[in-house]
Design a protein around this ligand. Sequence first.
Ligand SMILES: [Zn+2]
Length: 304
Amino acid sequence: MIRPSIKKIAKKENWYRGKDLVFGFYKDYIFNIGNSSFFDQLQFKYIIVRLPSLNQASTSKIKKRLELKFTKLEFGEGFLSLEFMETSSYIKIEEIYKVLDLLVKIFQDEKIEPTNCCYKCKSKTVNLKYFILNRIGITYCNTCIKSVEKQLENINKRNDDIEKNYLKGFFGSILFSIPAVLLWVLIAVYLERLAAFMSIAFFTLGLKGYDYFKAVWGKLTYPTLVLSNIFMILFSNVVTAVTLLYLENIAITEIIYHIQYNQDIQKMIIDNIVLSFILSFFVWVSVFFALRFKKESIKIAKKA
Ligand SMILES: [Zn+2]
């Protein structure tokens, strides 16, 4: 949710808005301003400035002049992002303007080209259109937007086409989830049902594994991760039951027999699996919404 102070700036400057930030031109540079969500542990506001590519010297000069003022300062591919904490109270509108003025002053001192133009061809047409590209505000001219859209469409299509990709991601997420199985069994043996909460760890580790194996993001990423999650939950529950029985000094052959025919044991395993799936369901739903943003996307921005 965008906070009122930021909305006010957007209205005053005639800016546009994305899902959780506002953006537009201020003294010839394009700024995005947003805030942390209410669910974040720490409250902060952030500014993201789209910049032309800078050389090492200007990057470090800008860094030096800003370093002490912000809790986080990061130069990325074509942008600078800053964060300021709101520990005791929210930052006021005047303070945000002070920051914007300071940034503009630094950019002018460093002779950084203004960005009140098409981000791609740099033309200063009056017909600039405002877009949200991968969640950050940007401006393009009518000609460039067509090629940008085509380019993104191709990227997304290519990611979806690679079949092996998802298999790679699946194995990555399984492999990375294995430590969680061990933890799951340990917790299950000593703390009983708490283990079901481990399904959350599976998703986190699964995601890491997916990325580690450099599987790219596409439309099958989410089902792949959920499938690996389901597999690991079933596996962990069965391993837990086997471990519990083994600790009761039951021989492995008998354990297999119990799992196949003993209704009490089967009921225990199924109950735990159901509980795990109920907890996982919440994880899957929240991740579903988080992952949607991983896709390369562009859409037209609305007036704030
Ligand atoms: Zn252009």
